[in-house]
Design a protein around this ligand. Structure first.
Ligand code: SF4
Length: 71
């Protein structure tokens, strides 16, 4: 069974940290403003209760560098 995951395209991300502000339960900012998963995963799984917030963060990402993937 696949899982919805948050993928960051590091070549496009400008590190302003908006996604970490919109998804504080899933992401934090590193010292330079780039998003890091709170659990340390490269592609954190998005819990069902955060899927709407994750879609909102994807829509708001200015790069755009953020997307949802199924893996
Ligand atoms: S909102 Fe987009 S551009 Fe900004 S830090 Fe997050 S992934 Fe990077």
């Amino acid at each position: 069974m696949s899982t919805t995951r948050l993928h960051v395209d590091w070549t496009a991300c400008d590190g302003r940290g908006l996604c970490a502000e919109l998804l504080p339960g899933l992401l934090a900012e590193d010292d330079w403003g780039y998003p890091v998963a709170r659990g340390g995963e490269a592609e954190p799984a998005v819990p069902r209760h955060l899927e709407d917030s994750a879609r909102h963060a994807v829509d708001r990402c200015p790069a755009p560098a953020l997307r949802l993937v199924r893996r």
